[in-house]
Write a protein of this length. Structure first.
Length: 482
């Protein structure tokens, strides 16, 4: 395809034409939502007594050789299977969960959790800090139940990342479509924790991601999908629901690398052997997080996550993460750059405006009832018109270097199989790896709750375009996911 039309609302990927074939039962794709909620399994070889954070002098990031079967000879099976096209939902979703600790929805003030001065200092010096046990068992079970419902009822905005198989499930701005996650932000201690870590009197959600099982892993990279804010206006967070396996899945950071001045702001992939990173590349911080823990880091802190060598998760690694905006943040229009992909709502803010909008909800010192009402009315979310204009502007300036940087972040298999041509990912192997991107015109944000389109309606709202691989929409959800 020579160029992208600005009239296209979104390009999305499904990796096999079999995605269009009916499945006999939804329960054959995934475990039940109750099983998803209760599952805390980790790999058999996980060492529960391992330290949650370790330092090592090794800077090697070469992935282990792929394996197809476990040592026992029994083929490993994915804990989750890819949804069929017609299983995706549109509009608002509400799992109907009861909040922990007797919290009354949209009434009770947010909870608090006190950090220590040492924890705040660690973040400033190392660029990352591990806060253990922020959320108790009730909150963890709440998040697992919300995630289980989401995975059992996949949303359209998860299509690109899930179909690309980079994650078993991944969805940006999950709070906009799933009420349970919005309520978590409004009522949990997350905002209070981040306000202390960022030394700010206000916290807003700039962008977020629900991430379940990173199949390919992500090599050394920095986070630049932080919404319409600058590096220093943002603070990154992870909230973990599961124990991290011993062999893979634990994030690894280059200590104090947020202070480097050699990595280009637009870069995603980071070559840690490049000149200027000598002081950082040999000091690694690895964190084996446990349920209820938080990781907090500066967006420029260089890090990676290794997935299982065969790309198959037999356990869960469920994470709610994203970027929060500190008080005083301004709106920065990143149109024409990759940063625009985490800002696709029709909020009406202009460059230099104060970042104050229901699209970027305040969660500390308290949520705003009018912002929450706008979210519940379905007026907050991605808009096809804004997607067309913003992604269209990006397509006009897209460079091979930009997308080359992104795809270098993926596992070695992706690097070997693909090449970049004019900013579009092209498959350099045989035709059996061809993908089928789908162009959708999604319905209005006011689509009723839990509404799934019929097979015929979905096909009436899409045009099947045969291309080699996906481009912008996949980048939207995975370019900074870890």
């Amino acid at each position: 395809m020579a160029k992208f039309s600005v009239a296209l609302s979104l390009l999305l990927l499904v990796t096999q034409t079999t995605a269009f074939a009916p499945q006999s039962a939804k329960k054959s794709r995934i475990m039940s939502s109750i099983q998803v909620k209760l599952s805390t399994r980790v790999a058999d070889t996980a060492d529960a007594s391992a330290s949650s954070a370790t330092q090592t002098s090794s800077s090697s990031n070469a992935p282990p050789a792929p394996v197809q079967q476990a040592q026992s000879g029994i083929k490993r099976e994915r804990i989750l299977k890819e949804p069929a096209l017609w299983e995706y939902n549109f509009g608002l979703q509400d799992p109907g969960l009861t909040l922990p600790h007797g919290i009354e929805t949209r009434v009770t003030a947010p909870e608090k959790y006190q950090l220590t001065e040492a924890q705040i200092q660690t973040l400033e010096e190392d660029g990352v800090v591990h806060i253990k046990g922020v959320f108790d068992e009730e909150w963890v079970e709440y998040l697992r139940a919300a995630t289980g419902h989401q995975v059992a009822n996949p949303h359209f905005w998860a299509f690109a990342g899930t179909a690309s198989k980079l994650y078993d499930y991944i969805q940006r701005n999950i709070w906009q479509t799933n009420k349970a996650f919005a309520d978590f932000y409004y009522h949990s201690a997350m905002g209070h924790v981040l306000s202390q870590a960022g030394k700010t009197d206000e916290i807003r959600v700039s962008t977020d991601l629900l991430m379940v099982n990173p199949n390919k892993g992500f090599k050394w990279h920095q986070d630049n999908q932080n919404g319409p804010i600058t590096w220093d206006e943002g603070i990154r967070f992870w909230i973990t629901m599961d124990e991290t396996p011993a062999e893979y899945g634990a994030p690894v950071y280059l200590k104090a690398s947020h202070r480097n001045n050699v990595v280009d702001e637009a870069a995603v992939f980071v070559d840690i052997e490049q000149q200027g990173l000598e002081d950082y590349k040999d000091e690694l911080l690895e964190f084996r997080t446990m349920p209820g823990d938080m990781l907090i880091w500066h967006p420029k802190t260089i890090h990676k996550v290794d997935g299982p060598s065969d790309g198959i998760w037999t356990s869960y690694r469920r994470v709610l993460g994203g970027t929060a905006a500190k008080g005083g943040s301004l709106y920065h229009d990143k149109r024409g750059t990759g940063g625009v992909l985490s800002d696709l709502g029709r909020h009406g803010l202009e460059d230099g405006n104060k970042l104050s909008s229901p699209f970027f909800p305040i969660v500390y010192p308290s949520f705003d009832k009018s912002e929450a009402k706008a979210r519940d009315a379905g007026t907050v979310g991605r808009d096809p018109r804004d997607i067309a204009s913003k992604i269209g502007g990006l397509a006009g300036k897209a460079s091979g270097e930009k997308f080359s940087s992104f795809f270098k972040v993926l596992g070695s298999q992706a690097k070997q199989k693909h090449k970049i041509t004019k900013g579009v990912l092209a498959n350099s192997t045989n035709s059996e790896n061809n993908a089928v991107p789908i162009i959708f015109t999604p319905p209005d944000a006011n689509t009723p709750n839990n509404t799934a389109m019929s097979h015929s309606n979905k096909f009436n709202n899409c045009i099947i375009v045969f291309m080699r691989q996906a481009t912008f929409a996949a980048a939207d959800v995975v370019i900074d996911a870890a």
